[in-house]
Design a protein around this ligand. Structure first.
Ligand code: F6R
Length: 256
């Protein structure tokens, strides 16, 4: 696992975007797995700014990590809407190149199978961007999620519902359930890039990067992945005791 520590969330976005750009240069038809929420927003903005340098995302295929159950795709709080607004439209992706699990399907388990089939038919995810929850979740794999899990209906923890209430009008509007890629689905990606900023993520980052590999901290599964990069700003790095390897090309540095 490479751990890159950068100054702030803008540098974090540039560092994560640089990895995606490398992937895009290697394969214009890159399959990019995307997280939603606050953490990757500076990454998406940094990617959008690369279009001015002539980078072309028109062949990129994009795969979501998760979606709420019961929120219409037209609702701004849905992950369908987030991906359209922050990623697909500004990067110029083709709408039929965007795969998001259907949290409004009449048969949710069948929607999970269809989503996994969709990933397989794309040939798997090339680079998967991830955020991390304060409780160590990745995707919506809450603590205790099996490392062998695949895309499924999952219940959101009350911590996660409280954290995500900022995206909804009222706290009680936050869905109780979601469809999420499982941990085994996530680690199938060829490369993982986890981004975290802010002191509220410091404990989760330390557990994920330096703690035991345990289902109690789902993000610790990244320690087993051969191509995982964790990019954090100084506040999110505050709990790290041993530093990661410096990664000069990304502008990372040592904190000691
Ligand atoms: C979002 C997702 C979640 C978030 C995590 C952090 O698609 O899967 O794991 O990445 O909850 O959210 P933020 O970045 O909003 O703090």
């Amino acid at each position: 696992m490479d751990v890159v520590i950068v100054e702030d969330k803008e540098s974090l976005g540039r560092a994560a975007a640089a990895l995606v750009v490398d992937g895009l240069r290697a394969d214009p038809r890159l399959v990019l797995g995307v997280a939603t929420g606050s953490s990757p927003v500076t990454t998406y903005r940094a990617l959008v700014s690369t279009r001015a340098d002539g980078l072309d995302f028109s062949q990129v295929r994009c795969v979501a990590l998760d979606e709420y159950v019961g929120i219409p795709a037209s609702d701004p709080a849905s992950y369908h809407a987030f991906i359209r607004r922050e990623i697909a439209t500004p990067l110029g992706l083709r709408p039929d190149n965007v795969l998001v699990p259907d949290g409004n399907a009449a048969d949710l388990p069948a929607a999970c199978v269809a989503f996994e089939d969709g990933i397989r038919s794309l040939g798997g995810v090339g680079i998967q961007l991830l955020g991390i929850g304060r409780n160590g979740h990745v995707g919506f794999n809450e603590p205790g999620s099996p490392f062998g899990s695949r895309t499924r209906v999952a219940r959101l923890s009350e911590t996660t519902r409280a954290d995500n209430a900022r995206f909804f009008t009222r706290p009680e509007d936050v869905p109780t359930h979601c469809l999420t890629q499982g941990l085994a689905t996530i680690v199938d990606a060829a490369g993982l890039v986890l981004v975290a900023s802010g002191s509220h993520k410091a404990e989760a980052v330390a557990a994920a990067v330096e703690g035991p590999v345990t289902e109690a901290c789902p993000a610790s599964v990244l320690q087993r992945h051969p191509q995982a990069t964790v990019i954090v700003d100084r506040d999110a790095a505050a709990g790290l005791r041993r530093m990661g390897r410096p990664h000069a090309s990304l502008g990372g540095d040592w904190l000691d």
